[in-house]
Design a binder for this molecule. Structure first.
Ligand SMILES: Cc1cc2nc3c(=O)[nH]c(=O)nc-3n(C[C@H](O)[C@H](O)[C@H](O)COP(=O)(O)OP(=O)(O)OC[C@H]3O[C@@H](n4cnc5c(N)ncnc54)[C@H](O)[C@@H]3O)c2cc1C
Length: 581
């Protein structure tokens, strides 16, 4: 039997796989991924990975930036573990072959990043995710006990008596459904940006792992915190990395004015210095855009209002050396050259701060079930993630989850549970019915794409950069209704091979489950904090809501939200700060 089955071949999943293999060479480990591992979203990360390295920097400062940037919602014990272990992980990647960019004297280069007061973001030009994932992937190849299920889609966790016993998965190429027994399962399935209509996230980021855990009885945490990145290309949503601003790029409105100097981006630099203002936290920058739009200072385009990112003053040579991919993306997808032209940009859904509730070792309340990476919420990101903290989070907590799961598997040897076969057979029948296009009920025959679009626009309308109670309550009702209708959506493709329509239906179900938790948590949090801004509750309320939202799936399928106190160790809640002076 497989000891540790990892769902996901991105940074978190592959790091976990190496950790299992290193900590217990006899352990059987499997990585199941719906795409070939190198196609995981991690590959598209551009800007870099944070870890204290400079002599002028300290662990305490990285902790403080992360906690304050997260508006005091991160668990401080988790942040301390993260900050302590991140440099070690990044150095380890170096030893495994990751080509970090260098200073002329050979030291690892670091760049500034949003909300970080010291330069601590390691990078490999502006293709950090590609190099990082490649390094991890190559490293996994040396472990013979590691079995890969490439292009297999996990549809269900087998859970019996409060413990996970494996997964049910479908081979996309053939449509074959297999029940895979396992002593432990690690979910490393990434985020769910696709629940919104305009996102930097790859099409595969549909929150599958969050939905699998939620249905299996594990709660999700802080789902209301959705990060908008301030600089996406207007039509495609392709990200223009924060590194472009870190290298000196400016954000200007339609009058050519660097408007951020008029906004409170955090203390103590209330009036931010011209040097640092473009590197304010992402939530504040995205909110500033909305104000500029309301004041009529954005530029209308067929793809919505935009401001401009100005890199022209950096010069061709610096652009080519430090952010060549930005130039490549602008040329290919926007038909412009940032060395000579302004880049139109607008805020775009980028990252989920919330996810599956775990402890510091990635363990969920369901025995044997772990989660790591973007799909998990440990939590270090709180109400707003700082750019470049996510890649090292995948490494630090992917490793911890891998080691913990290997330990659990060693301690729980026992025979296969009878639940594995019976639940597997049930799931196989459910998928066969869906493929055959059998359906009945109120939504018979509705198209997956129509339901998906409705969901995305409902969520964007109510749970975007600004939210209100009334809109969220209405959205919660609409999403509940859509979830019901999605059960009977139309699957026209009855073939077995590459039935992507059948997969799209499973993804739609997952997205709707996740979307409902986002609306429910946002409705329940009657305050404004970080990325969650309520127009009807505009202030942060530490007395009522210095707490995580924990959302369980009630027996009728609806989300049920409670609060869980934040862990404070050394940094009492204060005002947010940011920026380098
Ligand atoms: C464009 C972009 C740029 C970014 N830049 C940065 C940056 O510079 N620095 C930074 O720190 N962060 C950055 N981020 C965020 C960061 O890249 C991600 O949060 C991180 O890579 C997520 O890694 P992961 O391992 O959790 O998941 P992913 O890399 O998303 O991998 C998820 C895996 O799960 C698998 N999977 C999902 N569902 C199923 C299923 N049902 N069955 C089987 N397999 C499944 C997928 O196949 C995939 O292998 C960026 C994000 C984006 C979108």
């Amino acid at each position: 039997m497989i000891d540790v089955l990892i769902v996901g071949g991105g940074a978190a999943g592959l790091r976990a796989a190496v950790a299992v293999a290193e900590s217990d060479p006899a352990a059987k480990v499997a990585v199941v991924s719906k795409v070939y591992p190198m196609r995981s979203h991690t590959v598209s990360a551009e800007g870099g990975a944070a870890g204290v390295i400079g002599l002028d920097d300290s662990h305490d400062e990285h902790c403080y930036d992360t906690i304050s940037g997260g508006d005091w919602l991160p668990d401080q014990d988790a942040v301390e573990v993260f900050v302590r272990e991140a440099p070690r992980e990044l150095m380890r990647l170096e030893h495994w072959g990751c080509p970090w960019s260098r200073e002329p004297d050979g030291r690892v280069a670091v760049r500034p990043f949003g909300g970080m007061r010291k330069m601590r973001t390691w990078y490999a030009a502006d293709k950090t995710g590609f190099h990082l994932l490649h390094t991890l992937f190559q490293t996994t190849l040396k472990y013979r006990e590691l079995v890969r299920y490439d292009e297999w889609y996990v549809t269900k966790l087998v859970v019996d008596d409060g413990r996970v016993h494996g997964v049910v998965a479908m081979e996309i190429r053939t449509g074959r459904v297999e029940t895979i027994p396992a002593r432990t399962v690690i979910l490393a399935t990434g985020g769910c940006g696709r629940v919104f209509p305009f996102t930097t996230n790859a099409a595969i980021k549909t929150g599958d792992g969050m939905a699998l855990a939620y249905r299996a009885g594990a709660p999700l945490k802080d789902m209301e915190f959705v990060q908008y990145h301030p600089t996406g290309l207007p039509f495609t949503g392709i990200l223009i990395t924060e590194a472009a601003r870190a290298e000196g790029g400016w954000l200007i409105n339609k009058d050519g004015y660097r408007y951020l100097q008029d906004y409170d981006l955090g203390k103590p630099t209330l009036t931010p210095t011209l040097r640092s203002m473009e590197l304010g936290p992402r939530d504040r920058l995205s909110q500033a855009f909305v104000h500029e739009q309301r004041a009529g200072r954005t530029v209308d385009t067929p793809y919505g209002p935009v401001v401009y990112l100005d890199l022209r003053h950096l010069g061709e040579r610096k652009i080519d050396a430090r952010i060549p991919f930005v130039r490549e993306l602008c040329r290919s997808y926007q038909n412009l050259d940032p060395a000579t032209d302004l880049i139109p940009v607008r805020p775009v859904v980028h990252y989920m701060m919330g996810g599956v509730h775990t402890d510091l070792d990635g363990a969920t309340p369901v025995a044997g079930l772990y989660a790591a990476g973007e799909t998990a919420c440990v939590s270090i990101n709180g109400a707003n993630r700082l750019g470049s903290n996510s890649l090292p989070e995948c490494l630090v907590f992917g490793r911890r989850a891998g080691e913990a799961a290997a330990g659990f598997a060693r301690a729980h040897r026992g025979p296969e549970s009878p639940a594995v076969r019976s639940q597997g057979a049930d799931e196989e029948r459910r998928l066969a019915r869906a493929r055959a296009g059998e359906r009945a009920g109120p939504g018979a025959g509705e198209r997956i794409a129509d339901l998906r679009e409705r969901m995305q626009h409902t969520l964007e309308g109510a749970a975007g950069i600004y939210r209100s109670g009334a809109a969220l309550a209405e959205a919660a009702d609409t999403l509940a209704e859509l979830r019901e209708r999605a059960d009977d959506a139309l699957v026209e493709d009855t073939s077995s091979a590459f039935n992507t329509e059948l997969i799209a239906l499973q993804e739609l179900h997952a997205m709707l489950d996740v979307a409902r938790t986002i609306a429910a948590c946002a409705l329940n949090r009657r305050e404004s904090r970080g990325a969650h801004q309520r127009t009807d509750h505009v202030a942060r309320d530490d007395r009522g809501y210095l707490a995580h939202s924990l959302v369980h799936r009630a027996p009728d399928g609806s989300p049920s939200v409670t609060l869980l106190p934040v862990t404070i160790t050394r940094w009492p809640p204060g005002e947010r700060v940011y920026g380098r002076d």
